[in-house]
Design a protein around this ligand. Structure first.
Ligand SMILES: *Cc1c(COP(=O)(O)O)cnc(C)c1O
Length: 226
């Protein structure tokens, strides 16, 4: 199916959730995750009107960027993958708009050192505390955010999480609910360097639950461009 058709069906679902939960459609940003698909397929997403693109590897991101140069300036780029410190300079050089995977002090230090101005970051949270997952534990997030106050090149725009793969709906909902609660708590702290307005949660299998629980950014791969 064409991306535009898949997008229409997703938008219908988002609209239905918004009506049900009295949320405004404009509060929800779709990021097309293009890590599995070709340059052409990514261009199709852009032609369908999705201007937020997410990649989890710097190589993939640079390849898509090079192919899409004529759209440069219109596209908002999201780096959503695990970020090794030694790759920070490449990610900054690629001029990404958002990093979704800030999860440790050493990474914050590296971003501080290598960037020339504020970088928009989501703090990644491992709500379910799975061994295999990256991200801070819920209890570690606020202390971490306090620690990065000294780094004036980091702006914490929000929190990001991934629900466990094999969880049931109730478990997934619980994960999203905890992230939302924490995001609002941090937002309420009114920190200039950590406005934390955004909640990046929800993927192909669970985006409707995520929206019900307050997601402002959903990251869609398979269901949108797959
Ligand atoms: C791959 C990926 C997605 C998209 O996954 P789908 O299930 O294909 O929608 C979203 N977020 C992150 C961090 C990813 O790595």
């Amino acid at each position: 199916m064409r991306v535009i058709q898949q997008l229409e069906s997703i938008q219908d679902k988002i609209q239905a959730v918004c009506e049900r939960t009295k949320r405004d459609l404009s509060e929800i940003q779709i990021v097309a995750v293009t890590k599995y698909v070709s340059n052409e397929r990514t261009k199709e997403a852009i032609d369908a009107g999705i201007l937020h693109i997410g990649e989890n590897r710097i190589e993939g991101l640079n390849e898509k960027k090079a192919f899409l140069t004529k759209y440069e300036g219109n596209i908002t780029w999201h780096f959503i993958g695990t970020l090794q410190s030694r790759k920070v300079k490449d990610v900054l050089q690629a001029n990404v708009d958002y990093i979704h995977s800030l999860d440790r002090l050493s990474l914050a230090e590296e971003i501080q050192k290598r960037s020339s101005g504020p970088v928009n970051c989501f703090v990644q949270v491992n709500v379910s505390e799975e061994q295999s997952k990256h991200g801070l534990k819920i209890d570690e997030v606020i202390p971490f955010i306090k620690q990065i106050e000294v780094f004036d090149h980091i702006c914490v725009v929000g929190l990001m999480t991934m629900a466990p793969l094999d969880a049931n709906e109730a478990e997934i909902r619980q994960v999203f609910r905890k992230l939302k609660k924490l995001q609002l708590e941090i937002e309420d702290m009114g920190l200039v360097y950590a406005p934390c307005h955004e909640c990046s949660m929800g993927m192909s299998n669970d985006f409707e639950i995520a929206i019900e629980e307050g997601a402002t950014v959903i990251r869609l791969g398979t269901i949108l461009v797959g």
